[in-house]
Design a protein around this ligand. Sequence first.
Ligand SMILES: Cc1cc2nc3c(=O)[nH]c(=O)nc-3n(C[C@H](O)[C@H](O)[C@H](O)COP(=O)(O)OP(=O)(O)OC[C@H]3O[C@@H](n4cnc5c(N)ncnc54)[C@H](O)[C@@H]3O)c2cc1C
Length: 477
Amino acid sequence: MTKPITADLIEKFIAIVGVKNIAQKEDDIEPYVTETRGIYFGKTLLVLKPANTQEVSQILKLANDNEIGVVPLSGRTGHVGGGVPNADGTEIVISIERMNNIREVDMLGNTMSVDAGVVLQTIQEEADKNDRLFPLSLGAQGSCLIGGNISTNAGGTGVLAYGNTRELVMGLEVVLASGEIWNGLRKLKKDNTGYDLRDLFVGAEGTLGIVTGAVLKLFPKPKGREVAFCGVETPEQALKLLNTAQGIAGKSLTGFEIMPLMGLQFVLRNISESRDPLSSTYPWYVLVEISSGRSAEDANAIFLEIMEAAFEAGELSDAAIAQNEKQQLDFWALREDMSESQKPEGGSIKHDISVPVHLMPNFLKRADEVLKREIPDARICGFGHMGDGNIHYNITQPVSDDIEATKKIFMAQREHINDLIHALVVEMNGSISAEHGIGVMKRDLMARTKQPVELEMMRSIKKALDPKGIMNPGKVL
Ligand SMILES: Cc1cc2nc3c(=O)[nH]c(=O)nc-3n(C[C@H](O)[C@H](O)[C@H](O)COP(=O)(O)OP(=O)(O)OC[C@H]3O[C@@H](n4cnc5c(N)ncnc54)[C@H](O)[C@@H]3O)c2cc1C
């Protein structure tokens, strides 16, 4: 149990960062105690904005000595309440937003070393300026910070070819709960010297220490790109298409996203200037992206080979091929706007789950059966990263003249529906959180669905690194 903060301690914390670099008034604090989705709200008496690793170290030492709970915060775009302090106001928030220097771009080693508070998009742009690619890409990239991405092991649309954030991080600098600084800023591809400490902090959601710096991997910038929006009859057909595309393109397959007709209809209805690239409708759609490090011609040749093989094998019903960069972006927008387009339709019950890729069609079929049994007229919109086995299985409320009244009845079934869908995921050896993490939202669910031995190992690690339990109390475990 952590302790409440005293006025004397508040002064000591402020002295570390300077009075200009805090938030203490209610209005100034307000943005720091909720995530951008506005589902979770907390309280705090103090937000600290350290300038560098040394200041973070001093803050944590003081907090640890006095058993004060701390909540690390980056861009606040998390979805699971992980960056929100408790409702008692006893924890302090440490925002790393001022730690935003790019420390080095190593062109020969293909790495970029950064402070943890750099905005993801700034990292992408810096890589681009240096004729390189940093492939982590997600809807919140203009505001999330790399420290937050690392701490949630963020996914996004680049995972298929480049992996999760975990695979993009070579080294880390972390301030431990005690205030000690671990300099693990290594650039080694091979390092078999015992336990992998770096991987412990990736995805730890601020419960083990504060990430203050990182060495990131850079990749060659693609020289050619092709994007197609394809119509398919079933998820089974999409899975076959995925296999064909992977067989021909290998690592050049950089996107494979699935969407149902319902999702496309939401986008066309609710997102201005969106347009269906195909002239007929299909039950399912797949967005395929090919990137070539060699040339535009190479990308095109790979792409045509896939299209030819897929049409011949009956894995494709229709396809529109983007003719220029603007069209490529327009096709991607149909997928990226899917979540936003659900909002005007009323309440949604959402699941961020994964199952083994080959079981994806089976999951979608069985989940739909469950849903139709429980809420026959619910509108099902399961879309996402099919190539990663990760679906955002979202369910929107039934059509109604009284949206608010129907929303109330529909959302009251959320817990029950969540239980049914997550039970199915567990039965299929899947994950109840594919991308967004645990935070507070899925803490109890994780405790119910992980093996006791796994939870025990996690608790032991937490206890070893944070014996007083000051790091992001109540999150994850
Ligand atoms: C429009 C939109 C689209 C999104 N799309 C995706 C997607 O495709 N894939 C995906 O994975 N996620 C997605 N997300 C979720 C979110 O963007 C990611 O989880 C992101 O990685 C969070 O980064 P952040 O900087 O906002 O972190 P925050 O929300 O500030 O923090 C997230 C967690 O990390 C901890 N933390 C933050 N900084 C540190 C640090 N320096 N050291 C230790 N712990 C820290 C916090 O305590 C909290 O638990 C999306 C969110 C939005 C709003």
